[in-house]
Write a protein that binds this ligand. Structure first.
Ligand SMILES: *[C@@H]1O[C@H](CO)[C@@H](O)[C@H](O)[C@H]1NC(C)=O
Ligand SMILES: *[C@@H]1O[C@H](CO)[C@@H](O)[C@H](O)[C@H]1NC(C)=O
Ligand SMILES: *[C@@H]1O[C@H](CO)[C@@H](O)[C@H](O)[C@H]1NC(C)=O
Ligand SMILES: *[C@@H]1O[C@H](CO)[C@@H](O)[C@H](O)[C@H]1NC(C)=O
Length: 521
């Protein structure tokens, strides 16, 4: 008698579709890949998805649920201009503070432009109902108030692993004593020295200060200038129901995660597709293997200075391997073993068994994809988290690194590193081992992502996952107030004991050996 009811209940449960609003106004390059893939996964699962971003898919997607592109015209150009101004190839000539300030200005301006965009204003004043708002956390905190506006849960995508930028939003512990700040160098598997820990603390404190005393007040102003009853941005900041991290223990050092933080690193990778015929032929015919070289989508190889290009051309041209270089314009003096293209299907190339080495800027997506396919890398980090990614890969034994800004960036050195990676089998063995760890999980990362985003909606914001540490000030979180009081109390008691003992000693001495023994020989 119950069976039909159960069946109906189950069917209802599975076809229940929710409405998700994805806010990704500054999504370019690798970020677009991450953001788009996440929202598409929801639409594939049958949900109704609105995707706010600077671009539009060229063709309408064939997904189970509705996928609506909401294109913010003009944003792609704004971001491109900002990237030129930022000029990562020259960034080492700027100081750390100048860099941070520049970055903050870029993102306050772009968030402001988002809040004032006619389509966003329209959305804010619409009577649309959403079941959850999804956004990428990247110096754009003003967007978090959309969750308050639509009175629905906030889901955050973070393009890196757990770190000082994201941890405070859900009260995740920042293990400053043994997790290196993601800009700090050093072997992640070795304990830090006293000085390193001090420096680490400094990095974390600077991040905290910038976020809470400089960035958030600015974003509150942006919110105030657009909304009539502006929500308090600090409330929204600490209100996230779920944080999806683009990391995994096969790539990052392990660290504790609160229940509302879930790792989905690698979810953007699709099973390999068929290559275009010219690439397929080029790769198939490379009997000595192929070196694949790409600096990612935000850094353009064509913008490198000429002497640097020459170094690459000379070294790569001398290899017996074939070379594929993602290069965005004509390349005079291109050697005969080289194929250049301005866009390449990176994941499908890495999947080809003839690829022996990947020369990369060490961005997190590239590092993740190389682990997925088990290809060793030569990392040439330029800025941001790239040096740290490169260093991590080097310590994990599947990479060598040559900093783009290294003063010793010469043909000899580059040639030495490439040949070492091609001829010493240990790098390949190490990356294959990582690859095995990467694939050994209970659920595919994309399914994990969809499961948790549905879970949040199904359970009304999943507020039971929130840890108590979100709501208390930092000095209470770290028990500094208790330690201070205890230290003072213990000091007072110690002082009193010493004071009394001294008195007693003095009295005893003067009684037993008057005067004589007080002076030592
Ligand atoms: C998709 O959009 C159509 C037309 O706007 C609507 O009728 C339908 O309910 C939507 N589907 C979902 C799964 O929300
Ligand atoms: C934000 O944009 C508006 C309209 O474009 C402008 O009037 C305002 O000055 C900007 N605010 C900031 C803080 O840049
Ligand atoms: C906090 O999240 C809940 C849903 O979990 C939402 O209803 C509420 O409006 C949010 N509040 C703020 C201030 O963002
Ligand atoms: C520069 O590279 C060469 C060749 O690998 C190496 O012998 C030399 O020690 C390096 N110099 C410095 C200062 O690192």
């Amino acid at each position: 008698m119950w069976k039909p009811v159960l069946v109906i209940l189950c069917v209802c449960y599975f076809v229940q579709s929710a409405r998700y609003l994805g806010l990704f106004p500054t999504s370019t390059g690798s970020h677009y890949i991450l953001d788009f893939k996440l929202m598409k996964a929801l639409a594939d699962a049958g949900h109704d998805v609105t995707f706010v971003s600077p671009t539009k898919q060229k063709e309408p997607l064939k997904t189970k649920g509705n996928f609506t592109d909401l294109e913010l015209e003009g944003f792609a150009e704004i971001m491109q201009k900002a990237m030129v101004e930022f000029n990562p190839f020259e960034i080492n000539k700027k100081s750390f503070l100048t860099m941070m300030k520049l970055m903050m200005t870029i993102f306050v301006d772009s968030t402001n432009a988002t809040m004032h965009h006619p389509k966003i204003l329209q959305l804010l004043n619409s009577n649309e109902k959403y079941d959850a708002v999804i956004m990428e956390h990247f110096q754009n905190d003003a967007l978090k108030v959309f969750s308050a506006v639509f009175n629905c849960p906030l889901i955050i995508l973070f393009s890196l692993g757990p770190n000082s930028w994201i941890n405070p939003t859900v009260g995740n512990p920042s293990e400053i004593s043994y997790i290196r700040h993601f800009f700090a160098s050093g072997n992640p598997t070795e304990p830090m020295t006293f000085l390193e820990r001090t420096k680490n603390l400094f990095f974390y404190v600077v991040d905290y200060f910038l976020a809470f005393y400089i960035s958030l007040p600015q974003h509150q102003q942006l919110v105030n200038s657009v909304l009539e009853n502006p929500p308090n941005i600090y409330d929204s900041y600490f209100n996230a129901s779920l944080v999806l991290l683009n990391s995994h223990t096969s790539i990052y050092a392990p660290q504790p995660l609160v229940p509302s933080m879930v790792e989905i690193g690698g979810y953007h990778i699709d099973p390999p597709k068929k290559l275009p015929q010219d690439l397929q032929d080029f790769l198939d015919s490379a009997k000595d293997g192929v070196v694949y070289f790409s600096m990612g989508s935000n850094l353009k190889s064509k913008n490198m200075p000429d002497d640097r290009k020459k170094i690459f051309l000379n070294v790569l041209g001398r290899l017996k391997q074939k070379v594929i270089w993602k290069f965005e314009e004509d390349l005079p003096g291109k050697p005969s073993n080289m194929l250049i293209k301005k866009w390449l299907p990176q994941q499908d190339i890495l999947a080809h068994p003839n690829v022996r080495l990947f020369i990369t800027h060490g961005g997190l997506l590239s590092t993740t994809e190389t682990i997925y396919h088990g290809v060793p890398i030569l990392a040439i980090p330029v800025f941001g988290d790239q040096p740290a990614n490169a260093e991590r890969a080097q310590y994990a034994g599947y990479a060598l690194k040559l900093d783009y800004h290294d003063t010793n960036f010469t043909e000899e050195r580059l040639s030495y590193l490439i040949n070492e990676l091609l001829n010493n089998p240990k790098y390949r063995e190490n990356v294959q081992r990582r690859s095995k760890l990467f694939h050994d999980r209970p659920m595919k990362p994309k399914d994990t992502a969809v499961y948790w985003m549905e879970y949040v909606v199904r359970n009304n914001g999943a507020r039971h996952l929130r840890v108590g540490g979100i709501n208390i000030p930092w000095y209470q979180y770290y028990l500094l107030d208790v330690m201070l009081v205890l230290t003072v109390m213990v000091s007072i008691v110690l002082y009193a004991v010493i004071f009394i003992l001294r008195r007693i000693c003095r009295k005893l001495r003067s009684k037993v050996h008057p005067v004589k023994k007080v002076k030592k020989q």
